[in-house]
Design a protein around this ligand. Sequence first.
Ligand code: KG4
Ligand code: ZN
Length: 335
Amino acid sequence: MLQPTILAIESSCDDTSAAIIRGGKILANVVATQAVHEKYGGVVPELASRAHQQNIIPVVEQAFHTANIAKSELAAVAFTRGPGLLGALLVGTSFAKSLALGLDIPLIEVNHMQAHILAHFIDEPKPSFPFLCLTVSGGHTQLVLVKDHLDMEIIGQTTDDAVGEAFDKSAKLLGLPYPGGPMLDKLAATGNPDRFQFPIVNLLGYDFSFSGIKTAIMYFLKEQTQQDPEFITKNLADLCASIQQALIKTLFKKLIPAAKDLNVKEIAIAGGVSANSGLRKALQEQGEKLGWNVYIPAFQYCTDNAGMIAMAAHFKYLKGEFSDQYASPEPRLKF
Ligand code: KG4
Ligand code: ZN
């Protein structure tokens, strides 16, 4: 059995991360988050690229230090090719290509969304194939049938906003600081989820839509604050809990029938929004009710991190799936 040591780089959005994996075990997973976007209420692509450039070398050095290995021990260098922000991806891609060229070792490109799913193979328990994964992040919402480590089929996805975007935009409407999703989650814990009703959109098939709920929340808040300017402050926890419940219900409207139709009982969640405590709890509850085996990633592997890129790279290395120096970032990379 091959025990390759691989350095992986993640730079698709606003986290600069480097991880080292050996024989499928993560030895280091260093993440530098970029505070620079806070005052703008969202990720500013150009600032993200610049921050990646500043962070990448210290983050990689830290990963080597934590893993206690030398560069000469590397068997390959992996990087996120997409999807993501072009300028941000360029930093990681160029760095990985240069290092692979300098060390004369293979280069491995990784699809960020596949990597979110493959994060389930870092720790125990690991799902068995085929499993259904609800991948929920700031840019994507996908229902994926995972047939093998590198054989995945998207069976449903959002037709407009991602659910993470819906969390962040709702939080912004409530006046919460960026990134709003985690803050909304925290406040929701003390609120009443049944206090306010927001629309739960149910499209045909397994596709999702989140733009309607965002607009409904916007108009509702506008109307209420015209009558009482203190409306949001007075009802903040209940608003958060009600919004969170509506977003989670929208996800389950597709996850439950998809699992039933495909006759799959191995169900996973992945991506940044899988850190949401309401979603984690709802999945546990549904799992018990419907006899599912549920897989919920550890917090450190929910949001963007190079550990998941390293895990994906490990499987690609074993299959001999390498890239060459012509590899370039692809912001809309599909699988
Ligand atoms: O996967 P990720 O780190 O980056 C992308 O690939 O997009 O996901 C980031 C998204 C953001 O929208 C963020 O607000 C959301 O995940 N998120 C959460 C929570 N933690 C992160 N949303 C709701 N509740 C959370 N606890
Ligand atoms: Zn992500």
